[in-house]
Design a protein around this ligand. Sequence first.
Ligand SMILES: Nc1nc2c(ncn2[C@@H]2O[C@H](COP(=O)(O)OP(=O)(O)OP(=O)(O)O)[C@@H](O)[C@H]2O)c(=O)[nH]1
Ligand SMILES: [Mg+2]
Length: 234
Amino acid sequence: MRKPDGKIVLLGDMNVGKTSLLQRYMERRFTDTVSTVGGAFYLKQWRSYNISIWDTAGREQFHGLGSMYCRGAAAVILTYDVNHTQSLLELEDRFLGLTDTARADCLFAIVGNKVDLSEDGPGESRQEGGGGPGPAGSGCAAPRLPRQVQPEDAVALYKKIIKYKMLDEKDVPAAEQMCFETSAKTGHNVDLLFETLFDMVVPVILRQRAQGPPQTVDIASYRPPARTKSGCCA
Ligand SMILES: Nc1nc2c(ncn2[C@@H]2O[C@H](COP(=O)(O)OP(=O)(O)OP(=O)(O)O)[C@@H](O)[C@H]2O)c(=O)[nH]1
Ligand SMILES: [Mg+2]
C-alpha cells in the first residue's frame, strides 16, 4: 500500500455522526453504525494524491488516543450535532487540545451535523437522500426539533481556534469557508465538506514535500537497534 500523502482527522463527541459522515462520503450510503472503538481510516485518492481520513472514537474512554491520531494531520474536522449544544462546547473543552500534535499549518473545519433533524433544516432532496437499507431508506422521518446551535456559534468557535493557535485571521481561510452544516442522513453538504478540504490539503502536502521527510517514525520500516551484551544497563 502506498503511504498516504496527507491526513485528515475527524474529532468530536460520541454520537455526533463522524462515522456516518465518512460512510456517506466514501460508501455513498447511510446505515446503522456502532459507536467507534479506537479509530479507523479510509484512503481517498484525490487527483494524484492519497489522503487518509481518520474516524476517531468520541467516547471519553478513548480520549487519550485522539492526539495520537492527530499527529501530523493536515486538516481536522471538528464535528458537533446542531441539535445538541453540549457537543459544540465539548469541541473547545475536550477536543481542541488534542490537535496540538497536528501540523502547524493544519486546517480546521467545524461541522454541525444532523441538520435534517432541525425544524429549519434543509428538506430531503431525491438526489441527496436514500442510500440503501437502514434509517435513511426506511422512509420514516423523525420529528424535527428547534435547533440548539446557530451557525454563528460555529463561526465564534472557529475564531477561538485561530486565537488558540496564535494565528492571524488573514493567514487562514475565512470562517464562512470552514464552517459547514451537514446531514449524513440526507447527504446534505457532505461532498462539499470533504472535497473543499481535499482541495485545501493539496497545497499543505506540497509544502510538506518541499520541507523533506516528516519527523515521525515509520513503524512498518522501523527496526530496533541491535542490543549489545551490556546494552541493557546505563
Ligand atoms: N438524523 C440523523 N442521524 C444521524 C446523522 N448522522 C448520524 N446519525 C445517527 O446518529 C447516531 C450516531 O452516529 P455515528 O456516526 O455512529 O456517531 P459517531 O460520532 O461516529 O459516534 P462515536 O463513534 O461513538 O464517536 C447513529 O444512530 C446515526 O444513525 C444525521 O445526519 N442525521
Ligand atoms: Mg463513530
